[in-house]
Design a protein around this ligand. Structure first.
Ligand code: FAD
Ligand code: 2HG
Ligand code: ZN
Length: 469
């Protein structure tokens, strides 16, 4: 087996290598660059080194070493995060879970899959399928994001409307806290009324309380056969009416939206044009369709929306390949706009507050960004909008971010007024840290700080992320 043991000039690393001779460490410049950044690409990577443990014991030993030397540790999954949570730009040790990527157990009675945290989401989905069940959390980064990262951000995705967020599917967790203790949380119990549920506290904690090393995942029955429909809408105002109509008649698996500008970028990136004409707004919806009655209900919903003038055109998938083509229009947006270094907003309000919030936000952004391309899309059925502002050629990165942050302040105020959230599913990380108080009260943030001190008394886990200590 090939193993690289780079010369450890830093005495702290020399100590780590000496106390854990089998631990894989990387310090090459290319590795520091690769593992030091996530999808945000805003910060210059500058980690001390990358540790790639293979066992829980190694993770624990690394955390104890970090406490002894006062070295910050950045837990790292697939680094597909969009909020800078896995960025290491200040001499931290990146602790990558990528070698801990195996299925540990399947239990047919409990209907659970126990996995190591570095396993990719797609590999988890495939493993569940091998047992005739599904792990239903799903989104575009499935091939490269890790289950540990999903848990640390409480990831959402395209099927939340039916299955909820990652939180719903975690039956148990093994974590190494910032203090270096190993905790086994909930152990797959269905009922457990024995005090604080620390498992839930760890979910969405963005690597600031503990390192998730293993997870027991609940699995679901496979969904019934589904159909996918693309709907073209003449205006934003009718979006929620179309949603109500489809939700009222069908068992929805997904209800997603995007604008014509999003579509143009995805088409320019290689997707196939779905409809003859162009329209300002589009919806992709997937719904159970396993008999004539559900097919008739889908047609009735479509026809009703056409009669009302809420839908102008549409197409329904006739094959799996066509369903995938339709999904590509929605799922391909993030990759298609990546070259414009977008400034991303990931916001949510209660579904019932969506129409009023949409109207206010459209007006606000129309005024604030007259010269920027703004790509709107998202999980509208969950009250979650992604607003990507594209950087124009010729504007420097710093100037662009400064301008966008002015607008985010206004957006944060609107969210505060509507009781919404500045981060629906991507996490706070570094990107949204200045706006946390638009979503959480001062008292809540102070309690979170206190909790962090209990789990991580020396503040070694992901310092500077989520909030400042
Ligand atoms: P990373 O980026 O490596 O890390 C994210 C955070 O988790 C960091 O704070 C990190 O320190 C922490 N962390 C990572 N692993 C661990 C661990 N084992 N223990 C403790 N902390 C850990 N997100 C959605 O919610 N819904 C979507 O629909 C969605 N679609 C996306 C589509 C694309 C194309 C891309 C690029 C991203 C998308 N994302 C989406 C964002 C991202 O994929 C998710 O946030 C994902 O959960 C991150 O997983 P990761 O393994 O890449 O985490
Ligand atoms: C999605 O829903 C992801 O496609 C990514 O959450 C959103 O790129 C984004 O802003
Ligand atoms: Zn999303």
């Amino acid at each position: 087996m090939h193993r690289s043991h780079p010369p450890m000039t830093d005495p702290r690393l020399a100590d780590l290598q000496q106390s854990l001779p089998d631990l894989r460490l990387k310090t090459d410049a290319a590795d520091l660059e690769h593992y030091g950044r996530d999808w945000t690409r805003r910060w210059t990577p500058a980690p001390l080194a990358i540790a790639l443990p293979a066992t829980v014991d190694e993770v624990q030993a690394v955390v104890r070493w970090a406490n002894r030397h006062g070295v910050a540790v950045v837990p790292s999954g697939g680094r597909t995060g969009l909020s800078g949570g896995a960025v290491a730009a200040n001499g931290e040790l990146v602790l990558s879970l990528e070698r801990m990527n195996k299925v540990l157990d399947f239990d047919a009675v409990d209907r659970t899959l126990t996995v190591q945290a570095g396993m990719a989401l797609e590999a988890v989905q495939n493993a569940a399928r091998e047992h005739g069940l599904v792990y239903p959390v799903d989104f575009g980064a499935r091939g490269s994001c890790s289950i540990g990262g999903n848990i640390a951000t409480n990831a959402g995705g395209i099927r939340v409307i039916r299955y909820g967020n990652t939180r719903e599917w975690i039956a148990g967790l093994t974590v190494v806290t910032g203090a270096g203790e190993v905790l086994e949380l909930n152990r797959a119990l269905v009922k457990n009324s024995s005090g604080y549920d620390l498992r839930q506290l760890l979910i969405g904690s963005e690597g600031t309380l503990g390192i998730v090393v293993e997870a027991i995942l609940r699995l679901a029955d496979p969904p019934p056969p589904t159909n996918v429909m693309l709907l073209a809408l003449p205006s934003f105002e009718v979006l929620m009416q179309v949603f109500a109509e489809f939700r009222g008649r069908l068992r929805l698996e997904a209800f997603e939206f995007f604008t014509d500008l999003a579509l143009r970028h995805v088409l320019a990136h290689g997707a196939q044009k779905p409809l003859e004409d162009e329209y300002p707004y589009y919806v992709v919806t997937e719904f159970a369709s396993d008999d004539e009655a559900t097919e008739a209900a889908a047609m009735a919903a479509f026809e009703h929306c056409m009669e009302q003038g809420w839908v102008a055109d549409g197409v329904i998938s006739q094959s799996d390949a066509q369903a995938q083509q339709i999904w590509r229009l929605r799922e391909g947006i993030t990759e298609a706009v990546a070259r414009y270094k977008p400034y991303k907003n990931d916001i949510s309000v209660r579904i019932s507050a969506m129409p009023a919030f949409l109207a206010q936000t459209q007006a606000l952004l129309g005024e604030a960004y007259p010269h920027f391309e703004v790509v709107w899309f998202g999980h509208i059925g969950d009250g979650n909008l992604h607003i990507n502002v594209l950087k124009p050629d010729g504007t420097s990165d710093a100037e662009f971010v400064t301008q966008c942050e002015q607008v985010t302040k206004l957006l944060a105020q609107a969210l505060l007024a509507h009781g919404g959230s500045i981060s629906a599913e991507h996490g706070i990380g570094l990107v949204k840290k200045p706006y946390l108080s638009s979503t959480r009260s001062a008292a809540e943030i102070e309690l979170m700080r206190g909790i962090r001190r209990v789990f991580d008394p020396n503040g070694i886990l992901n310092p500077g992320k989520l909030f400042d200590a």
